[in-house]
Ligand binder design. Structure first.
Ligand code: 9MG
Length: 275
């Protein structure tokens, strides 16, 4: 069982985490109120499309993205979380900032998705003080610099060692394994070759004893392979999600929930009907 606040999942089938980005380029240029309303409407659409979890973020982590202040991030995410109170699926807050984690969890979020793996001062404690789930993700560098010549001796071993250390750090402050998922961080300080190695060997991370989350949706690695712009990567994203699940991912983080849910239904039926 994977515990996510008051929600529990047996992970007998893969879960689909739908992305709700509340950044100026995502929804509306009509001010904060319009962005909030559009984000809430989008979240309901994703639930209707079959999302098992919603991942709400107020700061872009794209390569080269500018950081936003804690205050700005709070102003973006809190009204959306409040507007979604009572929905049937857990809300994950996508942040590395401990004060944003605390405020979002108090407002009703059930999970923290931290691309910084709870390394910021106070982040471990912010999660430990609750019953929330956490995603510990690997990255090399920061979103501002991470794609400037990332290097590894052995990407699988290095990412695996890091994630093992972060699981231990989380457990040391009382975050039980049943609340933890790990993520190798596709595109976060990785070349195309590193990303392909990670996807090929994704099953290796299951040896760490917690569920694996994979986020490949619309990423530049898919653009590099297909030659398609970000808005035209739906088919590549669905294919990548399928491959990740076949290699042991328990959760896939995606923009295109409806298409991914449909594709995974085919895979699930095949797996269940296996003789
Ligand atoms: C916020 N964010 C962007 N990409 C991501 C990924 O691949 N994994 C996780 N956990 N979060 C991500």
């Amino acid at each position: 069982m994977w515990q996510c606040g008051k929600f529990q999942f047996d992970l007998a089938r893969p879960l689909v985490m739908g992305i709700v980005n509340i950044t100026p380029d995502s929804f509306s240029d009509g001010g904060q109120h319009a962005s909030t309303a559009a984000a809430i409407a989008h979240a309901h659409q994703l639930i209707g499309d079959g999302a098992d979890i919603l991942d709400i973020g107020g700061e872009s982590t794209r390569p080269g993205a500018a950081p936003v202040s804690e205050q700005q991030e709070l102003e973006r995410v809190l009204p959306v979380i409040a507007g979604l109170r009572g929905i049937a699926v857990p809300i994950s807050i996508d942040t590395w900032k401990p004060q944003v984690m605390r405020a979002a969890l108090a407002a009703g979020a059930s999970m923290v998705n931290d691309v910084n793996a709870l390394q910021a001062e106070g982040a471990l404690q912010a999660v430990a003080d609750t019953d929330a789930a956490v995603c510990l993700m690997h990255k090399q560098g920061t979103p501002q610099t991470m794609q400037q010549g990332p290097e590894y001796q052995d990407v699988i071993t290095e990412v695996s060692l890091f994630l093992g250390e972060r699981i231990a750090a989380a457990e040391a402050v009382g975050i039980i394994r049943q609340r933890i998922v790990i993520d190798p961080g596709f595109g976060f300080g990785k070349t195309l070759a590193h990303n392909l190695d990670l996807l090929r060997e994704l099953a290796a991370f299951r040896a760490l004893g917690v569920p694996v989350l994979a986020g490949l949706s619309r990423k530049s690695m898919l653009g590099a392979i297909t030659g398609r712009e970000v808005g035209e990567r739906v088919a590549a994203s669905v294919a990548a999600a399928m491959l990740a699940v076949q290699r042991g991912a328990a959760i896939v983080r995606v923009h295109d929930v409806r298409e991914t849910v449909d594709a995974l239904k085919i895979l699930n039926v095949m797996n269940e009907s296996e003789r």
